[in-house]
Design a protein around this ligand. Structure first.
Ligand code: HEC
Ligand code: HEC
Ligand code: HEC
Ligand code: HEC
Ligand code: HEC
Length: 371
């Protein structure tokens, strides 16, 4: 009997020892493990090897991604931009090999940690934003209001020119939105003032305050302390702090995202009236179909079958059409614009509507509020 009791004690002690060796309660566990992070990253857009963003150049004869595109569409390209390949930092020196994504080392490297400022396509430079500085390098867009102004400089506003075409600020330019007039991503009108960086509140100022840097998702728990309506991600669009009825629809309880949508509808209407009344060549806007602007061949203001197709893209651009459609694209191609800097985007849209209203049969700014 005594021998059996001793054996039992030994077995129990052994089991406890094994459990402790596996559990290791004396080691402080990292909040997230590297393998969790890797899995989260692989699920995100940055780690998506099949995305158009990283495969768009596969059929190029050169078999490479041109320098102007590779900075953001290739991990190899960003190595070049940061000077990690031994080339000069802060510029693209060569075309990049195919087959890379935004990988761990694209963001985690000594050059990224040492960033002190970021240059936007307008030429404006903003100070680094801690561990979010890398985000700004790629989410800055490719166009700028300054570039748009230069293109149309000295031209008669309502005369169609062969030299003009639609100008596109490019995609997911969250950094350009967030910094507002400090980055000059939008086409800004002379004599008007524009919102600068959206300071928001503490804990909601930098990219990674709101976005997990690996899943890229926005954690609703980071909003709830201040925006009690936010229960899940679908509620972001219902956040509202602004008192004014920006879009003039009489609803002052809808989210700021919906105020911006309302204003955008007015801008699209103004564009149609302008193209019809002044250029006698009505334009259609189809935000999901490249290149987004098409000829409204039957002049009914709606994108009917066969109208929003590449061969029917809009031709016959006037300077006024170029700058107002540029601002329209700026407001839609950053899907989070309402959270990144709603004031700046509303100001750009309001001023574009006012610009078109100068020459159409109706003042479409009536009822709208410029924040
Ligand atoms: C080297 C360029 C580069 C850097 C640096 C970069 N991004 Fe991106 N980002 C992209 C590209 C390209 C896409 C589109 C990916 C795709 O289409 O699969 C993207 C997509 C996204 C998306 C869309 C969601 C998704 O899953 O596609 C979010 C959000 C995002 N990035 C946030 C960030 C944040 C936050 C940072 C900084 C921590 C950052 N990005 C840094 C290039 C970059
Ligand atoms: C400053 C960074 C940056 C530069 C430079 C850049 N892009 Fe992009 N591009 C992006 C981001 C971010 C996206 C968003 C990806 C998305 O929407 O999935 C994007 C999206 C795209 C898409 C759409 C992909 C899709 O998902 O449909 C195409 C096509 C594209 N870029 C082409 C180009 C070309 C061509 C060049 C060079 C002339 C270029 N880009 C230069 C950042 C950049
Ligand atoms: C788009 C840029 C970007 C990419 C790509 C990226 N990271 Fe990160 N990572 C960050 C940022 C920014 C932080 C710091 C967040 C902060 O300041 O709180 C971070 C933090 C970390 C941390 C610290 C723990 C934590 O959760 O804060 C680890 C570990 C890590 N990353 C590993 C990786 C690995 C492994 C990969 C590739 C699978 C990767 N990262 C890809 C931007 C990136
Ligand atoms: C106040 C919080 C907040 C900050 C700060 C913020 N974002 Fe966002 N972002 C959002 C929300 C909310 C959305 C829209 C909902 C979503 O896509 O999850 C969004 C959307 C995006 C998208 C589009 C995602 C998609 O799927 O199309 C990108 C890209 C993005 N943000 C990048 C950035 C970058 C880069 C920064 C820093 C310059 C930044 N964000 C700063 C909250 C924020
Ligand atoms: C510490 C408090 C705080 C946190 C956390 C916070 N916000 Fe905010 N948010 C505010 C304040 C205050 C404003 C008004 C700022 C202003 O207009 O200058 C605001 C404005 C906004 C707006 C624009 C509303 C409008 O009417 O213009 C949106 C959208 C928004 N927040 C989304 C978010 C999201 C999404 C998160 C979480 C990822 C978040 N906020 C986290 C305090 C916060």
């Amino acid at each position: 009997m005594r021998r059996n009791g001793l054996l039992l004690i030994i077995i129990v002690l052994l089991m406890v020892a094994i459990t402790l060796m596996i559990w290791k309660p004396w080691v402080v566990q990292a909040e997230t493990s590297v393998s969790d992070i890797s899995a989260a990253w692989a699920e995100s857009g940055h780690g998506d090897y099949t995305s158009e963003s990283f495969n768009h150049w596969n059929e190029e004869e050169s078999g490479t991604i041109p320098p102007t595109c590779a900075k953001c569409h290739s991990g190899f390209g960003m190595r070049d931009y940061l000077g990690l390949d031994g080339s000069e930092a802060g510029r693209m020196d060569a075309a990049a090999r195919l087959g890379s994504v935004v990988s761990c080392e694209t963001c985690h490297n000594p050059a990224a940690d040492a960033i002190t400022e970021v240059k936007f396509p307008s030429g404006e430079v903003v100070p680094a934003m801690g561990s979010s500085s890398m985000c700004l390098n790629c989410h800055s867009g490719m166009g700028s209001g300054v570039g748009t102004a230069t293109k149309i400089e000295g031209m008669d506003l309502d005369t169609v020119s062969e030299d003009l075409a639609s100008m596109n600020p490019h995609y997911l330019a969250a950094g350009a939105t967030l910094f507002g007039t400090e980055a000059k991503g939008g086409y800004e009108y002379e004599g008007m003032t524009y919102a600068g960086k959206f300071e928001h509140s503490a804990n909601a100022q930098t990219c990674v305050d709101c976005h997990d840097p690996h899943t890229l998702e926005v954690d609703e728990e980071n909003c709830q302390a201040c925006h009690s309506n936010v229960v899940d991600a679908e509620d972001f669009v219902d956040v509202r702090m602004t008192k004014a009825d920006l879009d003039g629809d009489g609803d002052t309880t809808e989210g700021i995202a919906k105020e911006l949508d309302g204003m955008r509808e007015v801008l699209v209407k103004a564009l149609w009236m302008y193209s019809d009344e002044v250029l006698d060549n009505p334009i259609l806007f189809a935000p999901d179909t490249y290149p987004y602007f098409f000829a409204d061949t039957n002049g009914n203001g709606a994108a009917d079958e066969g109208e929003a197709v590449f061969p029917n893209q809009y031709k016959g651009w006037s300077p006024r059409l170029v700058r107002t459609t540029y601002n329209l694209l700026f407001s839609v191609k950053d899907h989070g614009a309402y959270a990144h800097n709603p004031t700046y985007v509303a100001q750009l849209m309001y001023d574009s509507i006012a610009d078109l209203s100068e020459v159409i049969s109706q003042d479409l700014t009536a009822g709208l509020t410029r924040p």
